[in-house]
Design a protein around this ligand. Structure first.
Ligand code: SAH
Ligand code: SF4
Ligand code: F3S
Length: 473
């Protein structure tokens, strides 16, 4: 029989005992002092990390902490880190560096560093030797052990390091504190098996493991009942959902089942890998009631030679074939992608290939990145492109894409659409921001009651990144 990928119930029970112990201690403190101890959770990285942080916050609340948005008020600080590019790691390390002063002012402050960055041995050593005031660290495989580590730390006063993580399992029934009461993340699988040659994720998040369909359906149904309007299914490669477990169904089957749930909500998913994006999936989307006509399909490069070196296992022709099929079935689909500029060995000709795929596909939006070598990945050992060449190509890519993005957005002017309002915009004073079905940002003059609701909207102005307009009946 196949080994189960589920964390044993006995381990969850064990962690619940630590939660109860911590809760009793924090309640006692509250009874004596009249103040609740506070936890501050800071997140770097992708939606998976955001979802993990909602669990870390949920666990903190279960342990009797109140959440705070201010690190200087906190008794417990959790930094949930990312390792995808050098910049992400440097940002996290610099923030952790700043917390030294907080600890000096309040020696009882507990600081822990979690997530992808500290799933790497060399970064664990960095924290160990260069940040001695960090109390404990745990990688993504040990997230469920957060209560145990906290209790142990407080009981012994010793710094703690989770041992190197080898067993990555699915932990169900974790408390989740959701940041929003109308948008939600739902992880459908964890980890990645693809080993793209530039990418650190498979090394820090372990092999693919899928949640059972029944668990996901239950979670989504409860969210819809609680009034959630926009639900995003998460996984590094959702198209290989369930392949690890041989459940007898696939991602398209999961989507069909979720689409059958009654209610007024939108379903999205990310990320899809072009090698596994199937026609069946596109057919399910096209005929669905709830699945947003929005697809994020990272292409990474428009050169077959570079795609080969990246170990992506598709070529430009295969990518264009999926895009064409998608546009045939859903002419209104919003299509976005990821591009890496300056992958080792990328020539001018390879880069021209990337520019031409942009011009051929005309993405609505692009997330573009300058290649960043990741220790331990094959691409880090290949011959690197000089930094000035990388940044010149990056600038050119942005110029090409900005013109395309603007034209794509201008094509939506005057067309009524339904958007989900996120409340007052932080960027544009006096305006409310919202997301279209295609997940584009829309701004309009709103009222507080619009927040969390679907609003009818029409755009009269656009730039490359957003639509501006008004509410309509
Ligand atoms: N699982 C998803 C995305 C994972 S990371 C996928 O396969 O598409 C998000 C994006 O970060 C990637 O799509 C890639 O474009 C970028 N990325 C990953 N590693 C990188 C690196 N070493 N340097 C620069 N960008 C990187
Ligand atoms: Fe990284 Fe590739 Fe996995 Fe995406 S599919 S997480 S880019 S290894
Ligand atoms: Fe970063 Fe980990 Fe996500 S490396 S991008 S937080 S999976």
């Amino acid at each position: 029989m196949k080994k189960s990928n589920i964390l044993p119930a006995s381990e969850l029970v064990r962690q619940r005992e630590y939660i109860a112990r911590m809760r009793a201690e924090n309640d006692r403190f509250f009874a004596e002092s009249g103040v609740r101890r506070r936890a501050y959770v800071l997140t770097f990285g992708c939606q998976q990390n955001e979802a993990d942080s909602e669990k870390l916050s949920g666990l903190s609340i279960a342990m009797g902490y109140e959440l705070t948005g201010a690190p200087e008020d906190a008794d417990l600080i959790v930094v949930n880190t990312c390792a995808i590019r050098e910049h992400a790691e440097q940002k996290a390390l610099s923030i952790v560096g700043q917390y030294k002063h907080l600890k000096a002012k309040k020696p009882s402050l507990v600081i822990c560093v979690a997530g992808c960055m500290v799933a790497q041995e060399h970064r664990r050593n960095d924290i160990k030797f260069r940040y001695p005031y960090v109390d404990f660290i745990f990688g993504t495989a040990s997230l469920h052990r957060f209560p145990e580590l906290l209790v142990e730390k407080l009981a012994t006063g010793k710094r703690l390091y989770c041992p190197e993580e080898t067993e990555y399992l699915v932990a169900e029934e974790q408390p989740i504190y959701r940041e929003s009461d109308y948008r939600a993340w739902v992880s459908v699988m964890y980890g990645c098996n693809n080993f793209c040659s530039y990418c650190i994720v498979p090394y820090v998040r372990g092999r693919e493991r899928s949640r059972e369909k029944e668990e996901i359906v239950k979670e989504v149904r409860e969210l819809v009942l609680r009034g959630y309007r926009d639900i995003t299914l998460l996984g590094q490669n959702v198209n290989s959902y369930a392949k690890d477990a041989a459940f007898g169904y696939d991602f398209a089957d999961l989507l069909s089942e979720l689409d059958a749930i009654e209610g007024d909500f939108l379903l999205r998913f990310m990320t899809s890998h072009p090698k596994d994006a199937s026609r069946k999936l596109i057919d399910v989307m096209a005929s669905s009631r709830h699945i947003a006509h929005q697809f994020h399909l990272p292409v990474q490069s428009g050169s077959d030679r570079i795609l080969g070196l990246m170990n992506r296992r598709y070529d430009v022709a295969r990518y264009l074939d999926i895009v064409d099929y998608m546009r045939e079935k859903m002419p209104d689909v919003t299509l976005t992608s990821d591009i890496i500029v300056g992958f080792p060995g990328e020539t001018e000709e390879d880069f021209e290939g990337t520019i031409s795929i942009l011009e051929r596909v005309r993405f609505d939006m692009l997330y573009s990145f300058i290649y960043s070598p990741r220790k331990g990945t094959p691409a880090a050992e290949m011959e690197q492109v000089p930094a000035d060449v990388k940044s010149a190509r990056f600038e050119r890519l942005l110029t090409v894409q900005n013109a395309i993005g603007l034209e794509k957005n201008q094509a939506l002017l005057g067309k009524p659409m339904r958007v989900l309002c996120d409340g007052e915009s932080k960027k544009n004073a006096n305006l409310y921001s919202a997301r279209t079905e295609g997940n584009k940002i829309a701004f309009f003059e709103g009222v507080p009651e619009d927040t969390g609701k679907f609003v009818n909207f029409v755009a009269d102005r656009a730039d490359a990144f957003a639509l501006y307009g008004k509410k309509i009946q």
